[in-house]
Write a new protein. Structure first.
Length: 233
């Protein structure tokens, strides 16, 4: 049966694989299902480039597999995604990644700094969550994670990685791409062992407003471009 949400999510997996933002089988992306109490996610053990609409699982916010019972979900996957979907009915898409750059920046006391135009997309818009081992307990760790996310769309998990959320899959991918670029650039700057030029708060506030209002449908143009890349093979 034709399901656009599953098709879009399978593309997102393959796009992140193309960008090198996957971590073998250890991270996960999801999208809320047509039934808002359910979400789609890939089965534990697949690589991102293997994801197809047919292989995606339908999971309840409590972690029960509704469709695809022959497979299983990474337990941290349903704790993270289910907890956010329960707490934030406005969110339709949740991406969880851990790349060397996002992990490195997450472990810095100051976190993400406004050192590049990529970083300015997130000025004043990043939340932080302290490390607490693997997220295996929805009633405690999952709720704390959702609490720390609050009304933000980007959460840096200290010593772990990042969560990016969106009201559309295009928006979630937009945030993920720019966050990775921002973190990578910050790592390069700090490795130069020179004091960077800091921007004023006035410039940062104007830039974040301009960057996030530059296009009406945030991320849609980039999404269409990535689809062309993936379809071309």
């Amino acid at each position: 049966m034709f399901n656009q949400r599953k098709i879009d999510l399978s593309y997102a997996y393959r796009i992140l694989a193309h960008l090198g933002l996957d971590d073998h089988t250890y991270t996960h992306l999801s999208i809320r299902a047509d039934d808002p109490t359910l979400f789609y996610i890939y089965p534990f053990g697949q690589r991102f480039e293997e994801a197809t609409a047919e292989t995606l699982l339908t999971v309840s916010q409590k972690g029960d597999i509704v469709e695809g019972k022959e497979a299983h979900v990474n337990r941290t996957g349903y704790v993270i995604h289910g907890s956010i979907y329960q707490a934030r009915p406005d969110i339709q898409v949740v991406f969880h990644i851990h790349t060397p750059a996002t992990v490195a920046v997450s472990a810095l006391k100051e976190g993400l700094l406004p050192l590049s135009q990529w970083a300015l997309h997130f000025y004043g818009k990043v939340a932080y969550h302290d490390y607490d081992s693997l997220a295996l307990e929805g009633a405690t760790q999952g709720q704390q994670l959702a609490h720390d996310l609050a009304d933000h769309d980007v959460l840096l998990l200290r010593h772990h990685g990042a969560i990016t959320c969106g009201r559309t899959i295009q928006e979630a991918l937009f945030y993920t791409y720019h966050l990775e670029k921002a973190c990578h650039t910050q790592c390069l700057m700090l490795a130069m062992n020179r004091e960077p030029i800091m921007l004023s708060s006035e410039i940062c506030e104007r830039a974040v407003k301009d960057l996030l209002s530059f296009e009406k449908d945030l991320g849609a143009r980039d999404w269409a471009a990535w689809l062309r890349v993936i379809d071309k093979g």
